[in-house]
Design a binder for this molecule. Structure first.
Ligand code: ACO
Length: 277
């Protein structure tokens, strides 16, 4: 069994460049062999996220042990995540992390860099070497919805409530959620969901492809464990190569995709049978 990682103690990047505090990351992180589990762990604040949360997510991605194949993202308490910490909207902001006001006063390049860094917390969850599963229950609002969208698969409890709240608050979703949402549900449905900021419940989430599976809240952990076991039953390198193929498929012609399949298979044959005489 791999050594469990101690919680991150380093301050994260912040909206105004000042130091973040470890208490503000609101994350718990454990590695058990091939499985890493990231838990949003500020249940009293409905797992609201801060810049420090995203900095910590990025750090986890950067330092993920090579043996990890499945990353589970889950939430403690009544909600998966109520989105960005609403203190960011106040003049005081989040202690040590600034506010949207302080971010607005950044120059264009610094603002761009700030959002880019925040996005790094989400993007690594799509890496071909891993499969990420969001175990979503209760509210998944704004940044919470986008964190679920950053994962490859979503297994949800029947009390789930997805909501892309950003447009209602005058913002756009900028934590990498727009592309996966469109890919999953199509442009019309994504437009409907985002521009109304309405709630999508479990039955609709399943119907439109936002969720792979709906179970009761009590069954959620077992359902995620079962899916993890299934995912770990395939060959590690073949799984990564297949994920690379699947991820690239939409951007390639059939001919190009066929060529990509040949190239990946050549590498598999070499690895599997290349040593035989
Ligand atoms: N940021 C900071 N604190 C929050 C947040 C948040 N996003 N959401 C909830 N909390 C806090 C509440 O202030 C409250 O704290 P308190 O006990 O100290 O008063 C505690 O969490 C519990 O919240 P309730 O509203 O009492 O919990 P309830 O279960 O009734 O409702 C719900 C949950 C629906 C998620 C509600 O809290 C809510 O609407 N939160 C705000 C959602 C939001 O607008 N998020 C921003 C989206 S945009 C983006 O993410 C970029």
């Amino acid at each position: 069994m791999a050594e469990a990682k101690a919680p991150h103690r380093r301050g994260g990047f912040t909206a105004d460049g000042s130091a973040g505090t470890s208490a503000e990351t609101g994350l718990r992180y454990e590695v058990d062999g091939e499985i890493a589990t990231i838990t949003l762990d500020r249940p009293d604040k409905r797992n609201a996220q801060t810049f420090a949360t995203w900095s910590e997510l990025a750090r986890i991605g950067d330092s993920l042990p090579e043996q990890v194949r499945v990353v589970v993202v889950r939430g403690e308490g009544p909600s998966f995540s109520a989105g960005i910490d609403l203190r960011m909207f106040t003049p005081e902001g989040v202690p040590g992390q600034g506010s949207f006001g302080s971010a607005a006063r950044l120059g264009a390049a610094s603002f761009e860099q700030t959002v880019r860094q925040a996005q790094q917390g989400f993007l690594w969850l799509r890496r071909p070497e891993i499969v990420s599963i969001a175990a979503v229950h209760g509210h998944a609002i704004g940044a919470g919805f986008q964190l679920a969208l950053a994962c490859d698969l979503r297994i949800v409890a029947d009390d789930v409530k997805f909501c892309m709240k950003e447009p209602a608050l005058g913002l756009v979703p900028d934590l990498t959620g727009t592309k996966p949402l469109v890919e999953l549900v199509g442009l019309a449905k994504a437009t409907d969901i985002c521009l109304t900021a309405r709630i999508v419940e479990a039955d609709e989430a399943l119907r439109i492809g936002l969720a792979e599976r709906v179970v009761t809240r009590d069954e959620l952990a077992d359902a995620v464990r079962d899916k993890t076991t299934e995912l770990l039953s395939t060959n590690r390198d073949a799984a990564a190569a297949t994920k690379r193929l699947l991820q690239g498929a939409a951007g390639r012609t059939l001919e190009e995709q066929s060529a990509a399949e040949r190239a990946e298979q050549a590498a598999r044959f070499k690895a599997l049978f290349g040593g035989a005489s």
